[in-house]
Ligand binder design. Sequence first.
Ligand code: NDP
Ligand code: 2IT
Length: 449
Amino acid sequence: MEQIMSGIIQRDAHEREFHQALREVLDSVKPVIDRNPEYRKQAVLERIAEPERVVMFRVPWVDDQGQVRVNRGFRVEMSSVIGPYKGGLRFHPSVTLSIIKFLAFEQVFKNSLTTLAMGGGKGGSDFNPKGKSDGEVMRFCQSFMMELFRHIGPNTDVPAGDIGVGAREIGYLFGMYRKLRNEFTGVLTGKSLNWGGSLIRPEATGYGAVYFACEMLAVRGQTIEGTTCLVSGSGNVAQYAVEKILDLGGRVVTLSDSSGYIYDEEGIDAEKLAYVMHLKNVLRGRIHEYADKYPGAVYTETDPELDHNPLWAHRADCAFPCATQNEINEKDAANLIKGGVTLVCEGANMPSTPGAIDLYMEHGLMFGPGKAANAGGVAVSGLEMAQNSMRLHWPREEVDQRLRQIMKNIHKTCLDAAARYGKEEDYLDGANIAGFVKVVNAMLDQGVV
Ligand code: NDP
Ligand code: 2IT
């Protein structure tokens, strides 16, 4: 296994995030490989670590001043062994091939856990939508789709949103796809309601993460009611995580963006959350404006010199990282533990560094890893695909009920897989093992292709 890992590191030395995601899965599945010598002969690790296809392309577009700009587009089609490639698009200046590969790799196992027929992929661009006009975003999305359309399709690859890609971007992308193909199909998920979207898709990742946290708490005879929660981010996932925590009687005291975070000792209530949703989704403002509106809250700017994020040092019971990868390092994890946190549930993808995860484990925290805890988003994307195929719309209650059941099932799948390998309550190993075994067995069934 070490040989495989070092071969991959040597070949693509700069892909740090991809190596981090791969290392975590390899560590978890080591006992599975040991029990199944056939896996070695079939080179399942080498196969699963190599994307089926990588597409990289130029995205030229014209800004409002008439200046031509060029960004780089990506789509990593990691595995289609259990269904069409499925996974979001991220528009953020930090996007690199390594970031997209790590996300596509995680997506394979996450999608497998949902029990729906979806393979794994991810895409995006280093385009920064911040500060761009609607016209600029539209022209960028159109140019992006002018290349992407030839690689995707409702039975081939079905993208969706991620950081920097929400309803507005999905609309522009879908419009261009429809024009180019002269076809109205469910080729993207996260669509708006009146042209093929599903109820609960916007809420699904945040709600699902909280449902997963409730399942973990229930194992220890606890509930989320009355707990104090730290939430990071203030985008799609964070907003609906907060909404569900409030619904269930929890208290949320933080939110953030890449510029800083707010701490609201009185708690972010439903009215304040409605303000945040308007601020972020309509005005496209910054979280520091929350502290201007609600003077009881304190805003702390991000200090790039600091080796930790003070958001994680506040006293609380539960933490929901919902911003981005590696946002909780070892020092932050130590602060969480010092501050009384006993549950970390990942709304974001890979928000905890390996050192942070080691600390959670050492201290017996309930830890819901992203590929299990945030699978509700892609699960409802799968339900959107199902509704599109039937040309039907399910009511809100039905989709929410299905989401809740899927999160319950994922939780149980993780617990059972972990227990089979003597790792009681280890959701990380459980998620990795369960996701891995299903994909690898499907791969073996289908031969060397
Ligand atoms: P949004 O773009 O809606 O929000 C992202 C939030 O995270 C913003 O508050 C943003 O702040 C912050 N953020 C982004 N990059 C950084 C960074 N480098 N440092 C600090 N803060 C940052 O995205 P989502 O809410 O959709 O995604 C959040 C996380 O959840 C991501 O990890 C994503 O992969 C994951 N996820 C999303 C799903 C979905 O359905 N949308 C499904 C499953 C997982 P700023 O405005 O300053 O950039
Ligand atoms: O990381 C993720 O699971 C997503 N961004 C959602 C993917 C999807 O296809 O809905």
